[in-house]
Design a protein around this ligand. Structure first.
Ligand SMILES: Nc1nc2c(c(=O)[nH]1)N[C@H]1C(S)=C(S)[C@@H](COP(=O)(O)OP(=O)(O)OC[C@H]3O[C@@H](n4cnc5c(=O)[nH]c(N)nc54)[C@H](O)[C@@H]3O)O[C@H]1N2
Ligand SMILES: Nc1nc2c(c(=O)[nH]1)N[C@H]1C(S)=C(S)[C@@H](COP(=O)(O)OP(=O)(O)OC[C@H]3O[C@@H](n4cnc5c(=O)[nH]c(N)nc54)[C@H](O)[C@@H]3O)O[C@H]1N2
Ligand SMILES: [Mo]
Length: 712
């Protein structure tokens, strides 16, 4: 078509139309976490994305995009994208790879893993997924079809411990029913940085008069809306929760009827909470006794009230699971479990996202039962974890590689693995080097990829098809808006291709990706063909949400059929059945001798809005927002050490030191240092010992240890 002056102007303005050759295609951003992905309008011309906008029509983000999604083009077209499959030719850790065809790469992987299976059993191979979630059900199925129990994920340091704590108490869990809540107890969650689309619903609820109680050491954008902010010392959530329970019980503000009829172990719990008077709790948590009383009264008397916990900061401690049990116990104590406006249980539809639709995800994944496979990695050390969590404990992988006990781990097929996720990351790297065979699939050539024997290029969400549900009862089968760049492929294609080579007996997987999705979707009545008719997504209008108070009919899915203040499972496994408070293993109270040299409390990994773990450091727009690794330090702690804002400092723990910059800010309370966990050249996890773990879950104590800072 001949271009007129007007149409040239329209092209420059990136205006879609036949004359400009620009079309808008619907997709979504998947740089951050699965429940929070935002709908995107991709402006495509000549097979390339030339602009992105938040989709106005998408109910989740309603047109908005954060700094990361807005930088999507820099992410997709980044120079570090892996271009072809690669096989290592040089030393592990070097850049020496030779490009190979997909067939050679996949055949090499299949042959090697099948040989290992024959020699030492399928359990010698670990199948691993990093933070990316969308392909996990296929990977888990591949692992079990191959015969290995060892499907492990990044969730071994993230959400699974909170799920485990909630399952010990209730057998199931529910998020806040925001629309009907009148009070929200936000326990260490900062949705303004980490769950941005949710904050629209939150602001609407605040406008309707929602009362907010915030718990967490840091000042966040939520703080200005909070009626009370309890700035606890990191690692003391359990003490605070018991302190609040103490007030609620002593003042008779608990829900007697629910407690009498539906709970187990209240008497013991009451005795346990009795020790946590407001003043005793103040001594442990650093929060004024008067504020603790106010928060307890507000939460217990404003009905209905919901708890909004986070996936991780309360369990990133050596006492994490019991902390999280104590704070979720407050829901039952006040009769807010599965009530309108309380914590409403909606079973997950797909990838832990709950909607009105149901699927067969669980049956699809657990194609072979645990009893028909070897014990999982970590099962001997974390039996409670294995009873409640349908995966192995990934934090234990390096220990088992080193010990070879109870059986050797010889190979890993990993998708998006980053060894710096592990505490004592340097020691994790040493363990990786001991593997006979290591495959990593990623978008980018990463530091971890350099230690792999085979590296495969994955593509972004713009270049693939995937099934995605949103809590707004919305579903989408996305279609690629551009072809995969270079020779990259979608992770699902790679897994299904490998299933053909490594698990030929898995009839369903042999039928392919879309056929498997149809099988999974069956109970919902949806199909891939139907979803393809709605490229922008489909509202699940005719689907029925589950009732409230489901326990009245079926009881709780716990051993006693009740909410368990005192856990039957923990008792059976020889642990304290009560959510009793213990100090973090390193703290001014538990190790005063260490605190003499390291008097500050270190919390690592509080999220920043522009970064998602290691993902967006390489992206120019986001990196420009906070360039250098810097530790947040309270100005008073800086002043007493002669440290000014921007100074080079040494951040030290008993294990190691890092050179970083000082960022003096009131956001952190006095006595606390907060440092982001995934800076490329300053790895927080070098500061933490590999065995600094919660004994119940194996979770690392990322968020409460001891440190010192000094000017260089
Ligand atoms: N932008 C961005 N978004 C993300 C991520 C990201 O990396 N970047 N990561 C995603 C992932 S994997 C996760 S798990 C979530 C995490 O999501 P969030 O939990 O919302 O994020 P955090 O900043 O880790 O923690 C929230 C609050 O916990 C409090 N906190 C810190 N230390 C402690 C402590 O010791 N005890 C208690 N009780 N509270 C503490 C702080 O006050 C902090 O503001 O975010 C997800 N979203
Ligand atoms: N000190 C400290 N450590 C922590 C935490 C903390 O708070 N403090 N938080 C912990 C928590 S909660 C979490 S969730 C973990 C996260 O830890 P990781 O799993 O390490 O997180 P990422 O860096 O986001 O992702 C790993 C890799 O996945 C790749 N990737 C991205 N998209 C895709 C894709 O579509 N396909 C494939 N194959 N690869 C892809 C990325 O490029 C990246 O290299 O870190 C944990 N570690
Ligand atoms: Mo996480």
């Amino acid at each position: 078509m001949k271009e007129s002056a007007a149409s040239i102007g329209r092209t420059a303005g990136k205006i879609p139309g036949e004359d400009t050759g620009i079309s808008i295609r619907k997709t979504f951003c998947s740089i951050c976490n699965a429940p929070t992905h935002c709908g995107i309008d991709a402006y495509v011309k000549g097979g390339a994305v030339i602009k992105v906008e938040g989709s106005e029509s998408h109910p989740h983000n309603q047109g908005a995009l954060c700094s990361k999604g807005s930088a999507s083009r820099q992410y997709i077209y980044h120079k570090d994208r892996i271009r072809t499959p690669l096989i290592r030719t040089g030393e592990r850790g070097s850049d020496d790879f030779r490009p190979v065809s997909w067939d050679e790469a996949l055949e090499t992987i299949a042959q090697k893993l099948l040989r290992i299976k024959e020699e030492t059993g399928p359990e010698s191979v670990v199948f691993y997924a990093g933070y990316t979630k969308w392909f996990r059900p296929f990977l888990k199925r591949l692992a079990h079809s191959f015969g290995s129990p060892n499907y492990c994920t990044e969730s071994s340091t993230c959400y699974q411990a909170t799920a485990m704590a909630a399952k010990l108490n209730y057998g199931c869990f529910g998020g806040p029913d925001l629309r009907n809540a009148r009070c929200l107890l936000v326990w260490s969650h900062n949705p303004f940085y980490t769950n941005t689309a949710m904050t629209r619903r939150l602001m609407e609820a605040i406008d309707r008069g929602l009362k907010i109680i915030e718990v967490g050491p840091l000042i966040t954008p939520m703080t200005r809306y909070a009626a009370v902010h309890l700035r606890i010392r990191p690692g003391t959530s359990g003490a605070l929760a018991l302190g609040m329970a103490n007030v609620i019980i002593a003042e008779g503000l608990y829900d007697r009827e629910f407690v009498d009829k539906w709970t187990h172990g209240f008497e013991e719990f009451q005795r346990c909470a009795k020790e946590f008077s407001p003043s005793a709790t103040e001594a442990l948590t650093g929060v004024d006794a008067e504020l603790i009383v106010r928060a307890a009264r507000l939460y217990a008397t404003t009905k209905p009230a919901a708890l909004l916990p986070s996936a991780s900061p309360t369990v990133h401690h050596t006492n994490g699971v019991q902390n999280h049990r104590a704070l979720t116990a407050l829901i039952g104590l006040t009769g807010n479990f599965d009530q309108p406006g309380g914590n409403y249980v909606v079973p997950p539809t797909w990838l832990n996202i709950s909607t009105a639709a149901s699927t067969r995800e669980d049956q699809f994944k657990q194609v072979r039962q645990w009893k028909d496979m070897a014990p999982r990695v970590g099962e001997d050390v974390y039996p409670v974890w294995c009873r409640l969590t349908p995966e192995g404990q990934a934090v234990h992988i390096p220990f088992q590689i080193q010990s070879g006990k109870p059986y050797p781990i010889r190979a890993m097929l990993a998708f998006g693995m980053r060894y710096r996720m592990w505490p004592g990351s340097d020691s994790m790297l040493e363990s990786l080097k001991k593997l006979d065979f290591f495959v990593n699939v990623d978008l980018f050539m990463t530091e971890t990829g350099k230690f792999a024997d085979v590296v495969l290029p994955a593509c972004t969400s713009f270049e693939r098809s995937e099934l995605r549900f949103w809590v707004e009862n919305y579903v989408m089968w996305s279609q690629p808006v551009i072809d995969p760049l270079y020779q990259s492929r979608s992770d699902a294609d790679i897994i299904f291709d490998l299933a053909g080579r490594m698990a030929p007996d898995d009839g369903l997987m042999q039928k392919g990706y879309e056929h498997s999705i149809d099988w999974i979707l069956k109970p919902s009545g949806l199909t891939v063909a139907k979803l393809k008719e709605y490229p922008a997504g489909l509202h699940l209008k005719d689907f029925q949400m589950p009732a409230y108070r489901k326990y009245e009919k079926k009881g709780f899915p716990t051993p006693t059929g009740k909410m368990e203040f005192s856990s039957t499972i923990l008792k059976e496994e020889g642990h304290d059945p009560l959510p009793r408070y213990q100090e973090p293993r390193l703290s001014p109270h538990s190790t005063p001798e260490v605190a003499e040299k390291f008097p500050l409390i270190l919390t690592t990994g509080a999220r920043l809005p522009m970064y998602v773990h290691s993902r967006t450091f390489r992206v120019g727009w986001t990196r420009g927002l906070r360039k250098d690794p810097s530790a947040d330090i309270n100005p008073a702690d800086g002043a007493s050490r002669g440290i000014a804002d921007g100074d080079g400092i040494l951040l030290s723990t008993p294990r190691a030191s890092l050179k970083v910059r000082a960022h003096l800010t009131e956001v952190v309370p006095r006595g606390v240092v907060s440092f982001y966990h995934a800076w490329p050249d300053a790895d927080a996890n070098m500061l933490i010992a590999p065995d600094y773990l919660d004994p119940l879950s194996g979770y690392p104590g990322f968020k409460s240890l001891l440190c010192q800072v000094e000017k260089i």
